[in-house]
Design a protein around this ligand. Structure first.
Ligand code: PHE
Length: 453
């Protein structure tokens, strides 16, 4: 496809909502609130915002620059800017990371959809033990989670084949506002519960004594994951941006939306959990075991409200997961379409089929079959570890070095300032951060995650 006929987002709002939809995902709901509660409440939020501003946004803008400048899929975008040097492999790494994550993210997204359906048919009732067994039985069932992962991948497929404007953009314009409304309804319902103030206080009261080096590095890692850095998603979406899109403004808006959603998720989880005296945790067990139990107890006397809240919550999760899944799917679809010179439908078909396969293998690995276990870890955990803890930091760090030290400064500055419409001094701050501060900070997260520092 020539650059002229390449798809573009149709409106500024659509482009912001689509990119923010890619960033807002399960990480906002199942990790951020817990990290905040454990690591000093508002003190953690302040550090997190600092990480987003000083490190997350510069990395996001770098991916914007690469994607928009090249107007190609992520692998070709890096290739175009690398003039035949091995830097192009960083782009391929981004595509590979996005591709692998699509498969395993689809499994968890499928769980969300299944819980949404279980809420519709009013199955999420019982004792705390019941919820534990319900989740274990479901997630280790050989075929049910595969069916749900396939369903959410097929929905993603359907949206993707309608193209950038009629598929991704249109879906984001419906789902993101719906997600905000559901969030607000849930926050109000949760904060009105008796005893909710203690949850709000736990989440928001700053406690600087809890701030350690680990807290800093944790906030940094979370900010990168939450903004979907180094997965190819940001670069791919930016390849559909117009020349007029102000990259810095857009990054700030997306960062704000992402952080806002994460804080609101905390204002759903903690007030409700404190109201019934349950300790919130993080990860799958929080949203699939702890929260159904919390909702059950908190709304015990109001079954209709309980029904609505549970349904609203899983709908919200499914939509947050779906918009992220779309952004992940698009990375590989654009890659196959442009590299194999095939139609979008065919490229999407390849991605969907492969991801159903990867999803099935990841899901089956949770049953505990030895064949799907590596060094005592299920393939599901291996995918999570390799993509999130190894590929993400390596890809992110190399992208900073690529933009900061290899790509000609003029290209970077022109894209950053929209050919001179933004002040050069802002650019100099960004350039300093991306050359020196970001690569070192990402190196620190990488070593920390591997337990070295
Ligand atoms: N940013 C998403 C979240 O917060 C996770 C994600 C990573 C989504 C990479 C797409 C790509 O959950």
């Amino acid at each position: 496809m020539s650059q002229k006929e390449r798809a573009k987002f149709g409106s500024k709002l659509g482009m912001i909502l689509a990119t923010a939809g890619g960033a807002v995902g399960l990480g906002n709901v199942w990790r951020f609130p817990y990290m905040t509660g454990q690591n000093g409440g508002a003190a953690f939020i302040l550090i997190y915002i600092g990480c987003i501003l000083l490190l997350g946004l510069p990395c996001m803008i770098s991916e914007f620059i690469i994607g928009r400048h090249a107007a190609s899929n992520t692998a070709r975008a890096y290739t175009k800017l690398s003039n035949g040097t091995p830097w192009k492999w960083v782009g391929y790494l981004g595509v590979l990371t996005g591709f692998l994550i699509t498969g395993y993210y689809a499994v968890v997204s499928g769980w969300c959809l299944q819980y949404g359906m279980a809420s519709v048919v009013n199955h999420l009732h019982g004792s705390p033990e019941y919820f534990k067994t319900y989740f274990t039985d479901f997630s280790t069932n050989p075929w049910k989670p595969i069916v749900w992962a396939s369903i959410i991948l097929l929905i993603t497929h359907y949206i993707i084949i309608h193209g950038v404007r009629n598929g991704i953009e249109r879906a984001s314009k419906v789902m993101m506002p719906a997600l905000f409304i559901l969030l607000l309804v849930l926050v109000v319902a949760s904060c009105l519960l008796p005893g909710a103030e203690r949850g709000i206080e736990f989440l928001l009261k700053p406690d600087f004594s809890k701030v350690t080096k680990d807290v800093f590095l944790g906030a940094l890692g979370q900010s990168f994951y939450s903004l979907s850095i180094a997965m190819g998603c940001i670069c791919t979406y930016a390849s559909y941006y117009s020349r007029h899109t102000k990259l810095v403004n857009s990054a700030v808006q997306i960062g704000l939306i992402d952080t806002f959603v994460a804080v609101l998720a905390g204002l759903i989880i903690f007030p409700a959990a404190f109201s019934v005296g349950v300790n919130p945790d993080s990860g799958p067990s929080l949203i699939f075991i702890t929260l159904p139990n919390v909702f059950e107890q908190a709304f015990a006397g109001m079954p209709i409200l309980g029904y609505v809240i549970s349904l609203a919550f899983y709908l919200l999760l499914s939509m947050a997961a779906l918009t992220s899944l779309i952004s992940l799917h698009e990375v590989s679809t654009a890659f196959f379409q442009e590299e194999l010179h095939i139609s979008r439908n065919r490229a999407a078909m390849i991605v969907t089929s492969c991801c159903i396969l990867i999803g099935a293998v990841c899901s089956l690995s949770l049953i505990g079959w030895d064949a799907l276990t590596i060094a005592g870890m299920s393939l599901f955990d291996v995918f999570d570890f390799v993509t999130g803890q190894i590929f993400l930091p390596i890809g992110g760090m190399l992208t900073c070095i690529f933009i900061g030290w290899y790509v000609p400064k003029k290209i970077v500055k022109d894209e950053f300032t929209n050919w001179g419409t933004l002040k050069g001094s802002v650019f100099e701050i960004y350039y300093f951060l991306i050359r020196f501060v970001c690569p070192l900070a990402i190196l620190a997260i990488f070593l920390h995650q591997l337990g070295i520092v």
